[in-house]
Design a protein around this ligand. Sequence first.
Ligand code: CP
Ligand code: NVA
Length: 304
Amino acid sequence: MAARHFLTLNDMTTTELESLVDHASKLRDEWHQGKVRDTLKNRVLAMIFEKSSTRTRVSFEAGMAQLGGSALFLSPRDTQLGRGEPIEDSAIVISSMVDAVMIRTFAHDTVERFAAASRAPVINALTDDFHPCQLLADMQTYREHRGSIRGATVAWIGDGNNMCHSYVNAAAQFDFHLNVACPEGYEPDAGLLKAHGDRVTVFRDPAEAARKANLLVTDVWASMGQEEEQKIREQAFRSYQISPALMQVADKDALFMHCLPAHRGEEISADMMEHPSSVVWHEAENRLHAQKALLEFLILNQLD
Ligand code: CP
Ligand code: NVA
């Protein structure tokens, strides 16, 4: 049987995604009760990081250990990948020795090529185009605080980047409407917008996008790989900040999320992390639980 991969949210059905999110909440409860779980005993996850990470690395590595398995951190600086060994050759070799592979890289094409040659499940841990693992944690967090997100309005304030693209996919999979507020020239991918025209509305004015929304989300103005654009982006995005004033126009029970790392004074005001609507720390912890659910799903092919 060919391995299942998780390169975007579209690699799963809505039913699978919802079961996975439910399972993640169960794992969260068990973890908080101190229950020991060893469903991935003797299993190994290879983690290829071509970009920096705190949450993704710690959650995958700790998650494997907590489930009885282990994880290998592979940096391009120390592997032959960084010296030009073809992706496909690396995929054949690495996947012949481990149970799953997680990759954080630049071009989305890299994870697709790796997956096409891999015998083991491949997880996209962020590319320039998508960050599906973060959406599992975000959907889990919303559900744990407010119940089903079906029919809700989510406002994305900021760059039409990899996170925003995964929110577009989530809107279709989890059945909510996405309002995107971004400056001209920073819209999400045109093809993705066209495919989900019924789900996504693009605004210029953050307040219009946030009006009566149930969830406000943002991300950094300059993503990894865009460091040289920092100054120009600071200018373009200066009025696209989530602040308590913007939360005022949203629904009174609206939540605030951010995948982190956050830049206080840029995409959020200094007081947003601790604002009553903020669930960012819960969201960050859920990366652990959501990914443990994902690893069980992909490696064991089951959720229970
Ligand atoms: N949100 C997220 O993916 O964080 P890291 O870059 O720290 O992994
Ligand atoms: N858009 C950000 C997300 C970081 C988790 C980046 O790609 O750098």
